[in-house]
Write a protein that binds this ligand. Structure first.
Ligand SMILES: Cc1cc2nc3c(=O)[nH]c(=O)nc-3n(C[C@H](O)[C@H](O)[C@H](O)COP(=O)(O)O)c2cc1C
Length: 273
């Protein structure tokens, strides 16, 4: 997190957009223009060969070749999923141990290289869709609790989710995020952003509307956010701040509020990297 130079100013000079932005671990952006995460749904989805789900295609690489020449301060990828059975959409890019291959590593490494061509920091957004996985992809996805998504912005139906056991929180979620973050680091990305917004799994844990757990991951806000801190600590155990690798989160202010409607996606964001 950087120090704010204009804490209480009513007007802020636009020249600040051209300034560097320095993070606590020493990394700097060349300016303050950020390309936000925008899902492309342009990766592979293979019914015959699930191991080949989520390979970035030439179309994605082509777009990032353009953005990578745009002199951005930071470029975020679209949401890259950490579990092939818990997707935002068929066609998401995915990093998962079962799909490990030289081909996948080469494609993700090439993706990072294109993003960084003009000096931008390349940050991969990591997500797990949980109950917001389309029903045709998986009729019984994971979630914090077994509360089904009853309506959403798009014309998609969602199955009844299964609540992760306390042990599965580690094996099915924390470990997958750590694997993907390490993969991103090894492929040359400068950091990861955890997707903790828009009704996806991490916000299913933080929101009291979708988290009715009675174990250490439910109840108080400290418990509901525990999974996020565990993911952060586990990533940092593998990739310490001294490497320069950034670990951030995208969160959503309204999903923390009690008694929200059960509506899933919601686009009020707070960025914190
Ligand atoms: C087509 C489209 C795809 C998006 N995909 C993602 C995504 O993959 N991950 C994410 O966190 N936000 C996604 N968003 C949300 C944007 O990153 C952003 O938070 C949202 O558009 C609000 O920002 P704005 O007020 O600057 O438009 C998407 C938005 C659009 C319009």
């Amino acid at each position: 997190m950087s120090l704010r130079r204009f804490q209480n100013a009513s007007t802020i000079p636009s020249e600040i957009l051209g300034d560097h932005l320095k993070f606590r671990n020493g990394r700097e952006t060349q300016n303050r223009f950020l390309k936000a995460a925008l899902t492309e749904i342009l990766s592979t989805y293979s019914l015959e060969e699930p191991k080949k789900h989520g390979l970035p295609t030439e179309s994605i690489l082509n777009i990032y070749d353009k953005w990578g020449n745009g002199k951005f301060g930071m470029i975020l990828t679209s949401n890259v999923l950490v579990d092939p059975n818990n997707l935002e959409a068929a066609g998401n890019a995915i990093i998962f141990q079962e799909g490990e291959s030289l081909e996948r590593r080469a494609l993700f490494s090439h993706w990072a290289k294109l993003m960084k061509k003009d000096g931008a920091l390349a940050v991969m957004q990591l997500s797990h869709a949980g109950r917001q996985t389309p029903e045709f992809v998986n009729p019984t996805p994971w979630s914090a609790s077994d509360i089904q998504l009853v309506s959403a912005a798009r014309n998609t139906t969602y199955g009844k989710p299964k609540a992760l056991t306390t042990e599965q929180v580690k094996t099915e979620v924390v470990d997958r995020f750590v694997y993907a973050a390490k993969y991103a680091y090894e492929c040359g990305f400068d950091g990861v952003q955890l997707h903790g917004a828009h009704g996806y799994l991490l916000s299913q844990f933080t929101s009291p509307t979708t988290n009715k757990r009675t174990d250490k991951y439910g109840g108080t806000i400290e418990n509901r956010q525990r999974i996020i801190l565990e993911i952060y600590d586990a990533i940092r155990a593998e990739i310490p701040p001294s490497t320069g690798f950034l670990v951030g989160i995208k969160t959503n202010s309204v999903e923390f509020q009690a008694e929200r409607n059960n509506i899933g996606r919601c686009n009020r964001n707070v960025y914190s990297l």
